[in-house]
Design a binder for this molecule. Structure first.
Ligand code: PGA
Length: 255
């Protein structure tokens, strides 16, 4: 299966900067094959970045979504709106949303299910804070496993095929300290087994239940390859290193 590389531009760029970066990323795409790329600009930049990547190999993703289609939700951006802008993927439960905007597992689950209902492909973000990591890998697995279970509540095995999971240790995000590929790989394996347990090992029909699990947290052009080669790592979710066109293209070429 192709590796999935997701660029999370967060609130780093203006609309114009986002369009310029999307054009640069597109410029290197003819040197790349066998990798799926998703750009996640700010809400305001979605439509214009969408025009740049339309009918290319690059897909468009949103960094968040309201759990409702439309209605009286001041300040929110709904799924219908995203759909019209050409969005196919949505991040749900990014740790910055959980930590700074008090998103609970229940809210994350609501967003994920709403996205699935709108035929989108959600990327469920999970990861433990430093206090949990300090308690050892068993505690990490328990914490992350619970986030996965709560995040996927009510999701059918058919819908699961459209879900990816991003494992991002909170302490590794925006720091200069990535996890080790070995630990990330071990946790990805745990996430896979958790999903298999929930869905009984196999989806309806004969397809195996194997959502892509991405690693995120201080990925850069130097360490990307180690993660991409690690067992169970289906791709990367990249923040800072994705807003530099040359660094991002160096990562993508390694996938
Ligand atoms: P980072 O962010 O690559 O800047 O650590 C990753 C993320 O938040 O998705």
């Amino acid at each position: 299966m192709h590796k999935l590389i997701v660029a999370n531009w967060k609130m780093y760029l203006t609309l114009r900067e986002s369009v310029a970066l999307a054009k640069k990323v597109l410029g290197v795409m003819d040197q790349v094959s066998g990798v799926d790329i998703i750009l996640c600009p700010s809400f305001v930049a979605l439509e214009e970045v969408g025009k740049v990547v339309k009918r290319t190999k690059i897909a468009l993703g949103a960094q968040d979504v309201a759990p409702e289609q439309r209605g009286a939700f001041t300040g929110e951006v709904g799924l219908d709106d995203l759909g019209e802008s050409g969005v196919q993927y949505v991040l749900v439960g990014h740790s910055e949303r959980r930590r700074m905007f008090n998103e609970t597992d229940a809210m994350v689950n609501k967003k994920l299910r709403a996205a699935l209902q709108s035929r989108m492909k959600p990327i469920l973000c999970v990861g433990e804070p430093l206090s949990v990591r300090k308690g050892g890998m068993e505690k990490v697995h328990r914490y992350v496993g619970a986030q996965v279970r709560r995040g996927l509540r009510g999701v059918s095995s058919g819908e699961l095929k459209r879900v990816a999971i991003a494992y991002e240790p909170v302490w590794a995000i925006g720091s200069d300290r990535a996890d080790t590929p070995e630990n990330a790989s071990e946790t990805h394996g745990w996430i896979r087994r958790t999903v298999e347990k929930i869905y009984g090992g196999r989806a309806s029909g004969q397809t195996e239940i194997r959502p892509r699990v991405l690693y995120g947290g201080s990925v850069n052009a130097k360490n990307a390859q180690e993660f991409l080669r690690a067992p169970n790592v289906g791709g990367l979710l990249i923040g800072r290193a994705s807003i530099n066109a040359s660094e991002f293209s160096r990562i993508v070429k390694q996938a």
